[in-house]
Design a protein around this ligand. Structure first.
Ligand code: TXD
Length: 309
């Protein structure tokens, strides 16, 4: 049976890391596409030469010709500009929307059956645009944000408690920005509720660091933004689809009444399996959590409405 075909639209910091991780997991044959001459080709050749050590026979091709992504089963989109220090993700809206329009037009024509994972920022607006412009069903267009934000929260908890990251589970919902909604009440360490292991003040400190973790890395790097953790997060989502794993993950999904919201994308718990976003899971939220989620939704709605997509 032929291997799945994975198109990586954007071969920059995250795109190159996506290719490495997908090759290591042998998720499928990889096509790296970018508009910059030579970059996708160089990264693909470099990775191809690593295959004997990575012990993988997947093919890895770099191209500036969209036709080479035709028929992809999965498309992971990082095309766009990253933030610079002092910028918000929303500041990227105008420039990245133009880029996403171009990507969506090509994916509609060349990869009509693909499961599309959008990473480009501002994420909640870019994934909305992807669905609207491709016309793909909502199950096959999803945004990567909550898996990353949750991983950051989990990492900070594990560091604070000195426990394995494997033991920490949680969910971060809402938009991918300062209004994101960490849910400490739903965080457990080997099933033990977090509030039994940490003070309220310590928990709030971790929630706050999670909200601004992206900016913390942008400030340190000075040029570019996080790319290892975003790539690892998107690959977890792609693997759940390609291997029909029925994973419950926080992802930007199209809402049609869930949590009382409709007509926009926002981070909610979903099941990802072989049919894409198979279900949205509605969990119990207390009043404070509900208010925070509504605040996040209002921010996403305002951003998307301002873009005139
Ligand atoms: O959690 C999340 N969703 C975020 C997303 C986490 C981190 C980064 N986030 C965003 O992903 C970031 O704000 C950017 O909007 C994207 C990609 O970040 P990356 O760090 O990979 O940016 P790079 O290294 O600049 O790579 C972007 C590539 C670059 O090589 C450009 O030449 C290419 O995109 N590009 C295009 N490719 C295809 N088609 C078009 N039109 C195009 N325009 C630029």
């Amino acid at each position: 049976m032929a291997r799945p075909k994975i198109a990586l639209i954007g071969a920059g910091q995250i795109g190159g890391t996506l290719a490495l991780l997908a090759a290591q997991k042998e998720l499928g044959d990889i096509v790296l596409y970018d508009i910059v001459e030579g970059v996708p080709q160089g990264k693909a050749l470099d990775l191809t030469e690593a295959r004997p050590i990575l012990q993988t026979d997947v093919s890895i091709v770099g191209t500036n010709d969209y036709r080479e992504v035709a028929g992809a089963d999965v498309a992971i989109v990082t095309a766009g500009l990253p933030r610079k220090p002092g910028m918000s993700r929303d500041d990227l809206l105008e420039k990245n929307l133009k880029i996403i329009r171009n990507v969506a037009d090509n994916l509609r024509e060349l990869c009509p059956g693909a499961f599309v994972i959008v990473i480009s920022n501002p994420l909640d607006a870019m994934v909305y645009a992807m669905k609207e412009i491709t016309g793909f069903p909502k199950e096959r267009v999803v945004g990567m944000a909550g898996v990353l934000d949750s991983s950051r929260f989990r990492a900070f908890v594990a560091m604070k408690l000195g426990v394995s990251v494997r033991e920490v589970k949680t969910l971060v919902l809402g938009g991918h920005g300062d209004t994101m909604v960490p849910l400490p009440r739903h965080c457990t360490v080997s099933g033990v509720p977090l509030h039994q292991l940490m003070s309220g003040e310590e928990i709030e400190g971790i929630a706050e660091r999670t909200r601004f973790a992206g900016g913390e890395i942008v400030k340190l790097l000075k040029k570019g933004s996080a790319f290892y953790s975003p790539a690892a997060s998107a690959i977890e989502m792609a693997e759940a689809y390609l291997r029909d794993q029925k994973r419950l993950m926080p992802c930007a999904a199209y809402l049609e009444g869930e949590y009382g919201f409709s007509g926009y994308y926002m981070g909610v718990p979903v099941i990802i399996g072989g049919r894409g976003v198979e279900r949205i899971i509605e969990i119990d939220l207390n009043e404070e959590e509900r208010d925070a989620l509504r605040g996040s939704f209002e921010h996403v709605k305002k951003l998307v409405d301002s873009a005139g997509i």
